[in-house]
Design a protein around this ligand. Structure first.
Ligand SMILES: NC(=O)c1ccc[n+]([C@@H]2O[C@H](COP(=O)([O-])OP(=O)(O)OC[C@H]3O[C@@H](n4cnc5c(N)ncnc54)[C@H](O)[C@@H]3O)[C@@H](O)[C@H]2O)c1
Length: 263
């Protein structure tokens, strides 16, 4: 997909990777970028910086009615949606002790919101003969996120859902891409590093921490090639290969890294 004259929606656009996608798509010549986030003040500030083609909307992606309204209002205002980026995501941290409310929150933001947006946007895209879904998953969906069981499980589910969409709809003109970065310098990782969380330290020790703009560059390159799996960190492909070929060896290596960081 070439971004020129495209109508794009981005969730989780109030900062980090979502705001970087908005800036980069604008530079690529998008006709409109609709920026959705639960943080209405911050997303308005991002829209002001992006410029006149940006339209901020307060949306909680875990509320299907709000997602449906986001899609319907965008289609009414601009006539179509060419690219929908389901990018909002959260971490909870923790393991089996995380209570059901925590698991539910992670499931609703990281997975169910992707189902809601696909459900809302696919009829219009199929009717217009095509469209592209970009789902921000994570390297945690390809590998594992040390210190965060809900994030690991829900990002694996998000990647599985994106793959299912791609297999099911590709021959009907719908392209699907899964953006799977490892460490990115946004509040999500920076706050964890500042607090000394093990998971954040493992991420930082496993490869480069990219800027959100570098991730947006990788996303634009992946969209241009209509690639399913977009890995801004090339080392993640090597880790994934190792994990597939020798799961026990790969896990042993990860445990060794964790021991090195904790002793
Ligand atoms: N930062 C990293 O290291 C990293 C690595 C891999 C993947 N990711 C993924 O990238 C995506 C963007 O994260 P980021 O790093 O830019 O973090 P971020 O915290 O800066 O951005 C996440 C955005 O999602 C919004 N959001 C959260 N819950 C929402 C909801 N219910 N409705 C609408 N918006 C909501 C937040 O307000 C925030 O603006 C996430 O899906 C995250 O899991 C991040």
């Amino acid at each position: 997909m070439n971004l020129t004259d495209r109508i794009v929606v981005i969730t989780g656009a109030a900062g980090g990777i979502g705001a970087a996608l908005a800036r980069r798509f604008t530079a690529e010549g998008a006709a409109a970028v609709v920026l959705a986030d639960v943080d209405s003040e911050a997303v308005r500030a991002v829209a002001d910086c992006v410029g006149p083609i940006a339209h901020p909307v307060a949306v909680d992606v875990t509320d299907e009615e709000q997602v449906r309204a986001l899609v319907a209002d965008t289609e009414r205002r601009y006539g179509r949606i060419d690219l929908f980026c389901a990018n909002a995501g959260i971490t909870t941290g923790g393991g089996v002790e995380v209570d059901d409310a925590g698991w539910d929150r992670a499931w609703r933001v990281n997975v169910l919101a992707h189902v809601y947006s696909a459900r809302a946007v696919l009829p219009g895209m199929l009717a217009q003969g095509g469209g592209h879904l970009l789902h921000t998953c994570s390297a945690a969906g390809v590998l594992t996120a040390v210190g965060d069981a809900p994030y690991t499980a829900t990002k694996h589910a998000a990647l599985g859902f994106a793959e299912w969409l791609s297999v099911t709809y590709r021959d009907r003109g719908i392209r699907v891409s899964a953006l799977c970065p490892q460490g990115v310098d946004t509040p999500m990782l920076a706050d964890g590093l500042a607090a000394g969380h093990l998971g954040a330290r493992v991420v930082a020790a496993s490869g480069a921490v990219l800027t959100p703009d570098q991730v947006a560059d990788a996303a634009v390159a992946g969209l241009a090639e209509e690639r399913f799996l977009i890995l801004p960190h090339p080392e993640v492909a090597a880790y994934a290969r190792r994990r597939a070929e020798d799961p026990d060896g790969w896990q042993a290596g990860l445990r060794k890294l964790v021991r090195r960081l904790t002793t």
